[in-house]
Design a protein around this ligand. Structure first.
Ligand code: SAM
Length: 277
């Protein structure tokens, strides 16, 4: 009989957040597949669990998924853990789940800590509807394009970000979204846990002294403002729209493509228009 694949959430800082069920499963499985075996070993040592570990990280996800599935098919029960929080959430996990499903393996998620859920529920922003975006691209152009796509989104927006990239990301958010309300959920579950609330400009001012891990929670666009902004944008002349995109750092080819898409017309027509001008 085939084994079961468990996706076990681990703490995001405070070791007390491991669940009794997670501990039981980690003790019972045959193998633990870990994002960083040294990191997981510390957790296991703390709870006096001794288990064979195999590494399963982003760069070896597909080859290791195949190996894990073979072991599951041979009857082994395997737990996947990431360095912190819930596997598969901006962490490895997705691929092995897909492969296991293809081979008819049973999947059992073991719930626990997840940084964005805690950041959201403590943020005070709307929890009714939200978009979790994970990490934005490290490439500035791609990052700005994604943010621009989200500009009119009315749902609460949630991002992960590495501490050293936080300032630049907040500057891009400010440039595209204006001075919206934002919350940085810092060092969740740890000694220096804090929610920094305010306008993006206020948070940016304080940023030099901010260190640690963060979740960014951004207020969604106001429904009525969204209508108005979209209307204003659609009423702009071609030249004004061109300038708008140019100011955001897009090149001529990209601008023409964007305007054509917005207006639902062929980009050659836009190109011709500017050529004649
Ligand atoms: N799988 C994890 C989860 O369930 O939340 C997320 C892993 S992702 C590689 C790491 C990012 O999650 C960090 O860059 C940060 O944005 C966020 N994060 C993780 N732990 C955190 C904490 N204790 N406080 C605030 N943010 C945290």
């Amino acid at each position: 009989m085939a084994g079961t694949l468990y996706l076990v959430a681990t703490p995001i800082g405070n070791l007390e957040d491991i669940t009794l069920r997670a501990l039981r499963i980690l003790k019972e499985v045959d193998i633990i597949a870990a994002e960083d075996t040294r990191h997981t070993l510390k957790l296991l040592n703390h709870f006096e669990i001794s288990k064979p570990l195999i590494s399963y990280y982003k760069q070896n996800e597909s080859t290791k998924s195949a190996i894990i599935v073979e072991k599951l098919k041979a009857g082994k029960n395997i737990a996947v853990v990431s360095d912190a929080g819930t596997p598969g959430i901006s962490d490895p996990g997705e691929q092995v789940v897909k492969s296991a499903i293809e081979h008819g393996i049973e999947i059992v998620p073991i719930p626990g800590a997840c940084a964005f859920v805690n950041a959201l529920i403590g943020s005070g922003m709307s929890t009714r509807e939200f978009c979790f975006l994970g990490f934005l691209s490290a490439i500035k152009k791609e990052r700005k394009e994604k943010l621009e796509e989200l500009k009119y989104e009315t749902k609460t927006l949630i991002f992960y970000e590495a501490p050293h990239k936080l300032k630049n990301t907040l500057k891009d958010i400010f440039e595209i979204f204006g001075d919206r309300n934002i919350i940085l959920a810092k060092e969740l579950t740890k000694i220096h846990e804090k929610f920094l609330r305010g306008k993006i400009s206020e948070i940016l001012e304080k940023l030099e002294i901010i260190k640690g891990e963060f979740v960014i929670i951004l207020e969604g666009n106001d429904e009525s403002k969204k209508e108005l902004e979209l209307k204003q944008f659609n009423e702009m002349s071609l030249e004004e729209q061109y300038k708008f995109y140019e100011n955001q750092g897009f090149d001529k080819k990209e601008i023409i493509k964007k305007i054509a898409k917005n207006r639902n017309i062929n980009k050659n027509e836009i190109y011709q228009y500017f050529l004649e001008k």
